[in-house]
Design a protein around this ligand. Structure first.
Ligand SMILES: *Cc1c(COP(=O)(O)O)cnc(C)c1O
Length: 458
């Protein structure tokens, strides 16, 4: 069956508030037309992010009651370690409270000024953590990965030639690691193929450079491999994950994604000396090595979540729910980025609202309209987030794409909710000519999209 029903039934419900258009008009005006400044309680369907927004299972909640809050040697840490070793296969397992701390620990231990880190596309926090150490974060995704119309099945793949050029240009001694982000979040949640990972691994080994995965959505990536890559249809997702991680030397992970929990992360590596250094640093900034900024109960929930995320009924539902939303949008002639990725659908706002120039934030205008029309929260990934003044010419550089991301929390919304989102977009599409652009009234110097205040242009 193409669109299987939710492979779970609902035991606990969390009511969501409905509001009227009039109330939402007031709320969004008060929030300066910025959805980050809205009270979450005024939102009907929240597609701001898939990070930390998952629903935990009865098994996970039961595990929370088995939390062993001993300062050192909690039994939950041993469960956590055993689960991660079994799936990821790495030697040393270091718990952290978020993915970015795993990045921080890794980079502050191995990066020096002027070093270069190739990746398919660095996620924001990864890039920021690399650049914080005065190193260079280089994106080496294949060209298809940057083309919203390309139907390449593995748009997250790394361009091996680009990485080879980087190694030649900067010198092996200045490249302390190569990273691969699975799935490629900043490139639309697109997967990386096993063949590509194997090629990168061979290249990295030939230069003795460690290969580290940013593994936030590893299960979704492995499911795409099973679905799309020759030779994997009959393997289990767990087998695929084991094969994939055997090609690398470690990983960073935010458990807020494929860990199916609301907080947590870890770093896993094979190198014993590196693990020792990182553990010492962990104790300084996060906590002792058997809890790393988490409660024992959190470790238990992650350990159970990592097993559940590999359930193939779940993954089939998960990937198809995202696809279901995307395909119903295609049917209604809403322009989206293709193929549909694992955790989100991206609307091409420039194409949908061609009457709004980039200087008036077409993506944000659509985000605002989605909230006003239907109480849905999406996020702009376009000019509000990325446009910046050129230091020399004073001209404003606009990003190539004006996207609106609808990220889908795991196991939280039903397919009927998705249908509601699709219907809302359909309504908006019919009267899109009346949507107005926005202007900025206030902006911060950095990361302005979080706090900017806007108003509709007259
Ligand atoms: C979310 C994310 C991170 C950072 O994880 P946090 O838990 O938010 O700190 C790093 N890389 C990718 C690809 C992510 O999606």
């Amino acid at each position: 069956m193409k669109f299987p029903a939710e492979p779970f039934r609902i035991k606990v419900v969390e009511p969501i508030t409905t509001t009227t258009r009039k109330q939402r008009d007031k709320l969004i005006e008060k929030a300066g037309y910025n959805i980050f400044l809205l009270p979450a309680e005024s939102i009907f369907i929240d597609l701001l992010t898939d990070s930390g927004t998952s629903a935990m299972s009865d098994e996970q909640w039961a595990g929370m009651m088995l939390g062993d809050e001993s300062y050192a040697g909690s039994k939950n840490y041993y469960h956590f370690e055993e689960t991660i070793k079994n799936i990821f296969g790495f030697e040393h397992i270091i718990p952290t409270h978020q993915g970015r701390v795993a990045e921080n620990l890794l980079f502050s231990t191995i990066l020096k000024k002027g070093d270069v880190v190739p990746n398919n596309i660095h996620f924001d926090t990864t890039r920021a953590n690399v650049e914080y150490h005065k190193a260079i974060a280089l994106d080496c995704v294949i060209d298809e990965g940057l083309d919203p119309d390309s139907e390449h099945p593995f748009k997250g793949n790394i361009d091996i030639k680009k990485v080879e050029e980087v190694i030649k240009k900067y010198g092996v001694q200045n490249i302390p690691l190569i990273m691969i982000t699975i799935t490629n979040n900043s490139g639309g949640g697109q997967p990386v193929s096993m063949a590509n990972i194997r090629e990168v691994s061979t290249l990295a080994k030939s230069y003795n450079i460690p290969l580290i995965f940013d593994a936030c959505r590893f299960a979704e990536n492995c499911f795409f491999i099973k679905e799309r890559e020759e030779g994997y249809a009959d393997k289990s997702v767990l087998e695929i994950a084991k094969e994939l991680f055997s090609l690398g030397d470690g990983c960073t992970m935010s458990a807020k994604k494929d860990g199916l929990v609301n907080i947590g992360g870890f770093l896993a590596i094979n190198d014993q000396q590196l693990a020792q250094k990182i553990t010492n640093m962990l104790i300084l900034i996060e906590g002792f090595s058997t809890y790393g900024g988490l409660a024992g109960r959190d470790l238990e929930a992650i350990s159970r979540g990592l097993k559940e995320v590999l359930n193939e009924d779940y993954l089939l539902f998960r990937i198809n729910q995202t696809r279901f939303l995307g395909e119903s949008m295609i049917e209604n002639n809403i322009p989206i980025v293709r193929p549909i990725g694992g955790h989100a659908v991206y609307i091409d706002a420039k194409r949908m609202l061609p009457h709004i120039p980039q200087s008036q934030f077409p993506g944000q205008a659509l985000v605002v309209e989605l909230y006003r029309e239907a109480g849905i929260r999406a996020v702009e990934i376009g000019s509000l987030m990325f446009a910046h003044e050129d230091e020399q010419s004073g001209k404003i550089n606009y990003p190539k794409l004006e996207l609106v991301r609808l990220a889908i929390p795991r196991r939280v919304y039903t397919n009927m909710h998705m249908q509601y989102v699709s219907e809302a977009l359909n309504q908006i599409n019919k009267k899109k000519a009346s949507i107005k652009g926005l202007k900025i009234l206030y902006q911060a110097q950095f990361l302005r999209h979080f706090t900017a205040k806007l108003a509709p242009v007259d």
